[in-house]
Design a protein around this ligand. Structure first.
Ligand code: IVH
Length: 414
């Protein structure tokens, strides 16, 4: 076998094992064997750089550094979905679809970063963020470092653009934040921000170390595929080597769709990735085409958005912070809880009026969430669980460290 053939064989073998490892999560060889083959390929590529191909697994470690991201006008605009916020609205959508026996493809709505991946003649050529749906940013080099994105496809379609979500697993997010904390660096707010920040790195080598993952779920252009439904399309994507969410479900009745939504909401915590809702799509592509689009979104799909995640914890203290200008800010300190992707233990209560309005007392069991999925916030107390001896909070009128020495005591501004 000459070096050209050996290189091709190594590439194909490594790509097949990479697929088993990164997409299927079922490796059949040890990391050691994989690394050994990769080393051999690297040696051959160093000796014959003219033989390096874009689909080589060595090209995923992050090539050139970018000065800024180029804007990309999407060849086909990337529509978003109409949002609904409760069961009744899901029901209305399902009932209004003018089909006799509709079948639905129901998919978790992964809370990541929406991207479009473009393949020409079966080769990955460009990837862009969704941006505003018309214009996004070219993040091709960074996407190349994500192992679950195939660089070549078995079918050599002249052009194919698929859509999906780039996300960071919660476990990875937690590890990175733990490390940042040890290093005394600012923490990342949640896995979505972390994924977005990692994908928009000017240096793809950094992206390569962030272990980003993908779920692909839609086709953006009119590629002539021999598939006739969303469900078949998801299968087709799998057969091409894309990572497809295993938790999607084909439903044949409104009751099944409702059950899926309820289960997804109840079990969102059990997944290793954040979801912020459920996407419900008419399964048949012919029916989708007949239903068409409004000015803003398809008529054949909706996004059922979950209410922001809420958790219970116990309020241990209301600490008063003194700002630079002397303003006093009460801050709730509670037992650490994991909410919307990260652990929180405090939230500002802004001022005394807000403490009164929220009616929270030290010792209360409180409900907390993250406003805009980022900022920790106290929602309110669980009054049934209020301890009998709890006291209403009072703002201090004197600086506590001076108590005991009344002559020096300064009045504090209100
Ligand atoms: S379908 C034309 N499926 O939610 C239909 N979207 O507003 C295109 N998303 O921008 C979208 N998971 O970023 C679809 N399984 C899924 C999804 C999904 C997450 C995001 C996507 C889109 C937004 C919908």
């Amino acid at each position: 076998m000459n070096y050209r053939e050996e290189m091709k064989e190594l590439r194909d073998t490594l790509n097949a094992h990479g697929y088993r490892y990164y997409v299927l999560d079922e490796p059949t060889i040890s990391d050691y064997e994989y690394d050994h083959m990769l080393r051999r390929l690297e040696e051959l590529e160093a000796a014959h750089p003219e033989e390096i191909t874009p689909d080589s697994p060595t090209q995923r470690v992050g090539g050139r550094t970018l000065s800024e991201f180029e804007q990309v006008t999407h060849p086909v605009p990337l529509e978003s979905l109409q949002d609904v916020f409760n069961d009744d609205e899901v029901c209305q959508f399902l009932e209004k679809i003018p089909l006799d026996a509709p079948v639905w493809s129901v998919e978790p709505k992964v809370d990541g970063l929406s991207v479009a991946l473009e393949y020409r003649d079966g080769v990955f050529v460009r990837g862009a963020t969704r941006g505003d749906g018309r214009v996004g940013e070219d993040v091709t080099e960074n996407l190349r470092t994500i192992r679950s994105i195939p660089m070549t496809l078995p079918e050599k379609l002249p052009r194919l653009i698929v859509r999906g979500e780039v996300y960071m697993a919660r476990s990875v997010f937690q590890e990175i934040n733990d490390r940042l904390e040890l290093e005394g660096k600012p923490l990342m707010a949640n896995p979505r921000n972390a994924a977005a920040g990692s994908l928009r790195q000017k240096d793809p080598k950094i992206t390569a170390h962030r272990d980003l993952e993908t779920f692909i779920y839609a086709v953006a252009d009119e590629a002539p595929l021999d598939v006739h439904s969303q469900w078949q399309f998801l299968e087709w994507l799998r057969s091409c080597g894309f990572s497809v969410n295993p938790n999607a479900r084909r439903c044949t009745s409104a009751a099944e769709v409702h059950d899926f939504c309820a289960e997804a909401l109840a079990h969102r915590e059990d997944l290793d990735y954040d979801i912020d809702g459920v996407v419900v799509k008419v399964d048949s592509f012919a029916d989708q085409a007949a239903l068409g689009f409004t000015a803003r979104a398809p008529r054949w799909a909706i996004a059922f958005k979950f209410p922001p995640e809420e958790k219970r914890t116990v309020l241990r203290e209301i600490r008063v912070q003194v700002g630079r200008t002397g303003v006093l800010t009460p801050v709730a300190e509670f037992d650490p809880v994991f909410v919307a992707g990260s652990t929180i233990a405090r939230a500002t209560l802004h001022n005394i009026d807000e403490v009164r309005r929220k009616n929270v007392r030290v010792g209360d069991t409180i409900v907390v969430h993250k406003a805009g999925d980022v900022i920790p916030e106290v929602v309110g107390p669980v009054l049934e669980l209020r301890p009998a001896d709890s006291q209403e909070f009072q703002m201090p009128t004197h600086c506590p460290r001076l108590v005991g020495n009344p002559q020096d005591c300064h009045s504090l501004p209100n």
